[in-house]
Design a protein around this ligand. Structure first.
Ligand code: NDP
Ligand code: 8X3
Length: 251
């Protein structure tokens, strides 16, 4: 029987590329997100690769929806061996004194609470099988801070801390926890951050070569295909054109 991986936020960017690459590796996949049409399109693409796929449409900010979606899993779909906690977003770049409460709440509720709800729902399915791998999408924003990054950086610092904390809780259950901390990756991330302003989003990557979805998906596939006794704890992956959150080499 093929192994099962669950990827949150598979309707775009890193999550979509990861779902496709994990499927190519031989896993059957559970894909999640809020956009039903995109989940269906991705499910078709995965089926064409000869893999089984289960799309689940829900909002990770909603604890009840999250618990119900995982609680309803049947048969082989309960045997999740890899959970990729990828769903997340930045909203806005305002300095702290001008922060918009709704932006803050969306980031905190998705990036921290959503990741917690998913992990709480899925980890018991791994614990009964005494094995598994949780991959958390943190960020370079979880290692450093930058102007206007305030709450987004705080949520990713929380993910970084949770990865370390989860690793201690999961230790006796033989469950690996990998923290992935990318720099700039060109996805819909900046379009979401700038609330649909395409010119502002394009400006982020102007004159430099960012990472791609596939760069991160390849890294995740590498991490989850190491031998049972090997865990990659923390991976910082940057574009060659970016030294840290603030130093970017542009033409
Ligand atoms: P995208 O905007 O392209 O994708 C984000 C995904 O998250 C979408 O599939 C979206 O699906 C999902 N999502 C957002 N909110 C929710 C929610 N409430 N419930 C369920 N799903 C949700 O961005 P990326 O692929 O770039 O981002 C993926 C992760 O990588 C994020 O955690 C981000 O913080 C992190 N990251 C990104 C970097 C970058 O530069 N791009 C760098 C470092 C980390 P839908 O809207 O359908 O719900
Ligand atoms: C996304 C990377 O540098 O925009 O997490 O915060 S950054």
């Amino acid at each position: 029987m093929n192994k099962i991986a669950l990827i949150t936020g598979a309707t775009s960017g890193i999550g979509m590329a990861t779902a496709l690459k994990i499927a190519e590796t031989g896993f059957d996949v559970i894909i999640t997100g809020r956009r039903q049409d995109r989940l269906q399109e991705l499910a078709e693409a995965i089926r064409k690769k000869g893999r089984d796929v289960l799309p689940l449409c829900f909002d990770v900010r909603n604890a009840q929806e999250t618990e119900a979606a995982i609680g309803k899993l049947e048969g082989k779909w309960r045997e999740i061996s890899v959970l990729v906690n990828n769903a997340g977003l930045a909203v806005g770049v305002a300095p702290i004194q001008d922060g918009i409460l709704d932006d803050w709440e969306r980031m905190i509720d998705t990036n921290i609470k959503g990741l917690l709800y998913m992990t709480r729902a899925v980890a018991p399915l791994m614990i009964v099988r005494n094995s598994g791998h949780i991959v958390n999408l943190a960020s370079i924003a979880g290692k450093e801070v930058y102007p206007g990054g305030n709450v987004y950086c705080a949520t990713k610092h929380a993910v970084d801390a949770l990865s370390r904390a989860m690793r201690t809780d999961m230790l006796k259950h033989h469950i690996k926890v990998t923290n992935i901390a990318p720099g700039m990756v060109e996805t819909e991330f900046s379009l979401v951050r700038y609330k649909g302003d395409q010119a502002a989003a394009d400006h982020v990557y102007q004159g430099m070569t960012p990472l791609t979805n596939d760069d991160i998906a390849d890294t995740i596939v590498f991490a989850i295909t190491r031998p049972a006794h090997v865990c990659l704890n923390d991976i910082v992956i940057m574009p060659t054109d970016q030294a840290n959150s603030r130093d970017v080499n542009r033409n």
